[in-house]
Design a protein around this ligand. Structure first.
Ligand SMILES: Nc1ncnc2c1ncn2[C@@H]1O[C@H](COP(=O)(O)OP(=O)(O)OP(=O)(O)O)[C@@H](O)[C@H]1O
Ligand SMILES: [Mg+2]
Length: 274
């Protein structure tokens, strides 16, 4: 009688986890194909999944926006606990707001002049680069601020128009924005001021700071939406943008009956920059 190894029953535990191809809502983890400079800073948090055998599973939309959509993605090896991440995908379509770009871009340079011209001309090549440009800008800002110790989501990787970062929330539910929070506001204001100081000390303003771009998770403030981070000194609009950040923060907290003086905050932060 012939005997084949394949006739032997596989142990049941192995059978349960055999998955050779991604399902419809999955792709192979993109991590192995990401070059080191497009991966987040070391030391990497232990939850980051680096296995080449992992899949990325789409779990749904967190929020759609004008310039980017944020999705929930889980990266896991079959049969192993995975990591839930926020995938921010920038649009390269005509609807993107190119007007806004210039104010933030002054004093910054795109390395390739062909790219700068294409972006300025709004050609389809230009639109594609501009979308990439914003995802890379946000990735770089997150890396810089993470390394400064600012409370930002850990940036896992950037790949074209897609930025993968730590998901701030509980399970699959995103943390509320500051606008939705009513408790412990004086403490939250202190945290916001602290993080503005961390940025200012390094010469930065957020550039679009508002209670919509501040999440509150387990009592801690986390700042998001950073593609337009501004160098306060080299950008001719730097001071104005820093001032606007201060006004947005102070106005919101003051309306919630937590006093905050925008001008005083602005002066303190300028003192850090210079
Ligand atoms: N890392 C994250 N963890 C949890 N939720 C997130 C994360 N990043 C973004 N979000 C959610 O997605 C929303 C949009 O993200 P973000 O502000 O970065 O994008 P946007 O395109 O600028 O959106 P908007 O125009 O609404 O400001 C946030 O308000 C927040 O609710
Ligand atoms: Mg936002």
């Amino acid at each position: 009688m012939n005997f084949f190894a394949s006739d032997l029953p596989l142990p049941e535990t192995d059978l349960a986890f055999v998955q050779l191809e991604p399902h419809e809502n999955q792709r192979w983890s993109t991590w192995p194909s990401i070059i080191p400079s497009q991966r987040g800073p070391e030391p990497r948090p232990s939850w980051v999944v680096t296995s080449a055998g992992a899949f990325d599973t789409e779990l749904g939309v967190v929020k759609t926006g004008k310039e980017a959509d944020v999705f929930l993605v889980e990266r896991a090896e079959p049969g192993h606990p995975g990591a839930v991440m926020a995938a921010k995908r920038y649009r390269s379509s005509d609807q993107r707001d190119f007007q806004r770009s210039s104010q933030y871009e002054e004093g910054r340079r795109t390395r390739r002049s062909r790219d700068s011209r294409a972006i300025a001309n709004k050609s389809s090549y230009g639109r594609a680069i501009a979308a990439d440009h914003w995802s890379f800008a946000e990735f770089e800002a997150l890396c810089t601020l993470f390394e400064l110790g600012a409370p930002v989501p850990y940036p896992v990787q950037v790949n074209g128009t897609e930025l993968l970062m730590e998901f701030i929330g509980e399970g699959r539910t995103a943390a509320p924005r500051l606008t939705q929070v009513h408790d412990n506001l004086p403490d939250l204001l202190d945290q916001v001021i602290d993080l503005m100081h961390v940025l200012a000390r390094a010469g930065f303003a957020h550039g679009d700071l508002s209670p919509y771009n501040l999440l509150v998770h387990e009592g801690r403030v986390v700042v998001i939406d950073l593609p337009q981070i501004v160098d306060v000194v080299s950008n001719p609009n730097g001071m104005d943008l820093l001032h606007r950040d201060c006004t947005n923060v102070a106005t919101w907290f003051t309306r919630q009956r937590v006093e905050c003086d925008a001008e005083e905050l602005f002066a303190d932060l300028l003192g850090e920059v210079y």
